[in-house]
Design a protein around this ligand. Sequence first.
Ligand code: IMP
Ligand code: MG
Length: 425
Amino acid sequence: MPETYPATMGKLESLIDDHREKQDNPTDPSRLQLMVPSIGKFHTPLPLQEAWLRYDAKYCVSKRRMLPPSFNEVRHTLNLAQVMAIADRLEMICFDGDQTLYSDGGNFTNMPLAATIIMILKHGIKVVLITAAGYGFDGAAYKVRVKGLLEAFLKDELPAEVMSRFFVMGGECHYLMRCTGTGELERVPDEEWQNPALNGPKPRHWPEEECKQVLDVAEASFRASIADLKLRARLIRKPRGVGVIPGGEASVKAMPTGHGSVKFKTEALDEVVLRCQQSLRESRDPPIALPWCVFNGGRDAWVDVGNKCIGVEAMQAFLGVLPQRSLHVGDQFLRTGNDVAAREKSPCIWIINPNETLKVLEIFIGLKGLAKDGPAPVPGLAAPSSPPRSGVAEPPREGSMNPLGMSTEGGSGAKQFNCYTGLSE
Ligand code: IMP
Ligand code: MG
């Protein structure tokens, strides 16, 4: 019934308020924590009731007689509440890359999204692309992925000072670059962002031997999974990551009865990831001390030394931003995803494709009254960009979960750039 929903949302809101009072005291668990032991940290209050009323006013969810609110609608409501909570205090916004700013393996092409990012930068907010893709400090390789955005900066004749608020953090937390006034990505010296005086994590100073241990354990697990699950796969090892990608034609010969030469099944990737997570957790010889991240990237599986929690925290320390004044927007919040790590240190928004990212930013801009022309739009969310589904609480990741499959935005066919290695082919 229409009146039941706001009351439920109000109840959740007060449970979150209660949790926020107790979340830093492990000896006094909140009611929410007793009900949901795995509940994480809430960095801001969430005006869920108000968000629901706005969402429902637009989409008439409560008027439906046949269909309850879906997983995606609940996700949208939480996103809206988070944007409403942070709009007045936001100082730094981090975006995941693949599937958040551009499609998986693709490059930035969404010009309306570029326009909203420019508006945010002009407003003094720092913008960080924080991606697992690790191309070392090769600014040109990252630039291939975000060329469309950097060109939009130049076309808009953004002052160098505004452009300098745009950063790229590659390899989850290892390689920091900053945009120059000419639209290049230039390495930020370690002495700046990894300065001992800063109260943040120092991934650049992690011992090489310990990084190697993480990657050795992960690589052994990946190799065992490839053999056991008969994956037609190729393994890529980098200084801070190991990946399993579709093996192409050569892998068909090597694994005649296997599968995945062009595209892996989601289930296979999830299995590879969960096995690897277990191997790292249970590694005793030696035990793993460094943070790591093993995730299903939609088309591939990766382990990285470090994770987005470290990346976000290092940026908060470098730019002097408190967790409750920062926001991370990403697409991977399942336990086999790599954005979920950011939640520990930052409020988060869970989107499923770049158009939803755009929608979230439009809502933010509307709430702040930043729109250039005309009155601010009334906040609400656009129709879900995924095809309609049953109300079952399914994880909403596009690509692996979406019956339409992955978007081809960005035109991977004609691309001469290897999105895994960052090299031209
Ligand atoms: P994100 O969504 O921007 O974090 O990027 C994740 C994707 O980056 C993965 O699914 C891979 O396709 C790609 N990638 C390229 N290099 C790396 C790496 O070194 N580690 C992890 N992912 C990588
Ligand atoms: Mg992503």
